[in-house]
Design a protein around this ligand. Structure first.
Ligand SMILES: [Zn+2]
Length: 277
């Protein structure tokens, strides 16, 4: 045995005592032939993006007398576009946020052929920034803005550079709308079908950073049964805990970083993707 192999084995042994959960997860990941990750707001917490739904979230409470769920509604966008954008720009955009160890671990597992897809409820684009390619964004992305008149698409920097509160299309002058799914709107059909397909083929589903109370999370998860094993990583209890094969109540980034160390032929250091350098 070479010195390198000996070192990596010893280092994994040392970590066994720290996290048996991560060790179990790495074993399940190694045994899986079609692993799928399903993530919610908790995945981006360690990147400094608050969950606007959570009770202690930064924006819990009032915005011009309303709850975020009311402001982020399709009808509110239509009728009070300027007020919508004031909230959206302050509460929903985090242009300086960077991927955390959870995003990097998932991107790496996809490259290594261990993970088939990331299905996410997040709109922050951090998975792609970390290098993930197959990302199914159920709720859209802040990185795309679409003209309601001509369909032209502009990125986030267009919105950030824009002087007016409500951005208008540089081609036709129409109103631009963020390509995120608002309350009262349907999920993007093609993305949802792809997510259903992934779930129905999965033999391992890692659910993280979601309480599974927002649909269609729970119904998507059910599609993977009875074939699939479930790992639930969330700080608080979820309705699916009692059906899970492994429940971990710790921050997602910590758990996935530890899991990466336990995986065979894995390395602690990960090169930073071009997008971040
Ligand atoms: Zn236009």
């Amino acid at each position: 045995m070479s010195q390198k192999e000996d070192f990596s084995r010893k280092s994994a042994e040392e970590r066994k005592g720290i996290s048996a959960e991560a060790q179990k997860l790495s074993q399940m990941l190694s045994e899986a032939t079609h692993a799928v990750f399903f993530g919610g707001a908790g995945v981006s917490c360690e990147s400094g993006i608050p969950d606007f739904r959570s009770a202690d979230g930064l924006y819990h409470g009032e915005f011009e007398g309303m709850r975020p769920e009311q402001v982020l509604h399709a009808s509110y966008f239509s009728e009070h576009t300027e007020s919508f954008y004031r909230f959206y720009r302050t509460a929903m955009l985090h242009p300086d946020a960077r991927p955390n160890p959870a995003h990097f671990a998932l991107a790496r597992w996809e490259r290594e052929g261990r993970l088939s897809a990331v299905i996410t409820q997040n709109i922050d684009g951090l998975h792609q920034m970390a290098g993930s390619r197959r990302v199914l964004e159920l709720h859209g992305s802040v990185h795309r803005n679409r003209c309601l008149s001509c369909g032209a698409v502009r990125d986030l920097s267009f919105l950030l550079r824009c002087d007016e509160t409500v951005p208008h299309c540089p081609l036709c002058g129409g109103r631009m709308k963020p390509d995120v799914v608002l309350y009262g709107e349907a999920l993007p059909a093609a993305v949802f079908r792809a997510a259903e397909e992934e779930m129905s083929q999965a033999d391992l589903v890692i659910v993280a950073g979601t309480s599974l109370t927002v649909q269609p999370a729970a119904s998507l998860l059910t599609l993977s049964r009875p074939r699939s094993r479930w790992v639930l990583i969330n700080l608080s209890e979820t309705p699916a805990d009692r059906y899970a094969d492994l429940v971990i109540r710790r921050p997602v980034g910590q758990v996935l970083a530890e899991t990466m160390v336990h995986l065979p032929d894995s390395h602690v250091a990960d090169p930073v993707p071009d997008a971040l350098s």
